[in-house]
Write a protein that binds this ligand. Structure first.
Ligand code: SF4
Length: 282
């Protein structure tokens, strides 16, 4: 137990459920682990389109996927979550996507009444007041709209990479997304490095977010993202005032897992659950 990695893979339930769906997804993950991103995208488009869409928030990884998928099927669907707090440059990028690829990006919005009530009660910049309020804002502006969108799909594609952050280092290329009704989630560039992503961008002249030329390495909402200093990790500019959280907003893992004080506490919690499970099993 002592050498158990405290950071658990996201989208894997604490108690694995070895049902048919789980086994199917595990086999697909094994099959595509060493495959090219294009191969996985081609399989996914063939199998799930049009109930499949790429999630794009302005990051360079997502743009690589848009370009690759568009070359395989120009009708590929792309969606984004418009939180109401995006920087203007993000809209410039999606205009470029429209011009370059002819893709009408599907915009998803939070519920107006819920945003209004939250901002009236806590103020527009509630995210700086506590981790709980920051997560509440992410829940209202991102997590809920994503849930609504994914309830209409059978599979979605994300530009997550393992090297981005500790919470992402165990992601599989094909996952069962139990947080969203057990649909399939695909991470075709999970094993790519940032250098490889930029090589693809330059080689294929993929449009990219203007803020990358201003020191940003990750793109999110304007009040919660800033440029990073040399040597800082890619996601250091996200919620930079939070030192001990997982730098996630809940759309790529359950909100219940976020805002934890430290990996150590999570490891202790995991051990406690294991012990309880063993005791329950007799
Ligand atoms: Fe709110 Fe910031 Fe989360 Fe955007 S990233 S939803 S502004 S807390």
């Amino acid at each position: 137990m002592a050498d158990r990695d405290p950071v658990q893979p996201i989208h894997q339930p604490v108690l694995p459920v070895f049902d048919e769906e789980e086994i199917w997804v595990e086999r697909a993950a094994e099959r595509f682990e060493d495959a090219a991103a294009e191969e996985l995208l081609a399989w996914a488009l063939e199998r799930f389109h049009p109930r499949l869409a790429i999630s794009a928030a302005g990051g360079v990884d997502g743009m690589v996927l848009v370009d690759m998928a568009w070359r395989l099927n120009p009708d590929v669907r792309v969606f984004t979550l418009d939180t109401g707090r995006l920087p203007p440059e993000t809209y410039e990028l999606f205009e470029k996507v429209r011009e370059r690829y002819g893709i009408a990006v599907e915009f998803e919005y939070p519920e107006t009444d819920t945003v209004s009530a939250m901002v009236t009660e806590h103020g527009p910049n509630l995210m700086y007041n506590s981790v709980d309020l920051r997560l509440r804002c992410c829940e209202v502006r991102k997590v809920e709209p994503l849930k609504r969108k994914l309830s209409t799909l059978d599979a979605w594609i994300a530009g997550l990479r393992r090297e981005q952050w500790r919470s992402r280092k165990n992601i599989a290329k094909v996952e069962l997304d139990r947080d969203h009704g057990g649909i399939v989630k695909l991470n075709p560039v999970a094993d790519w490095t940032l250098d490889r992503v930029w090589e693809y961008v330059h080689e294929h002249e993929v449009p990219y977010h203007p803020l990358f030329d201003q020191g940003y390495t990750s793109i999110g909402c304007a009040p919660c993202t800033r440029p990073v200093a040399r040597g800082e990790s890619e996601r250091a500019g996200r919620w930079w005032w939070e030192q001990e959280t997982d730098k996630e907003c809940g759309i790529h893992c359950s909100v219940a897992l976020l805002g934890s004080p430290s990996d150590t506490e999570r490891a202790v919690d995991t051990e406690r659950r294991d012990r309880e499970r063993e005791e329950a099993a007799g």
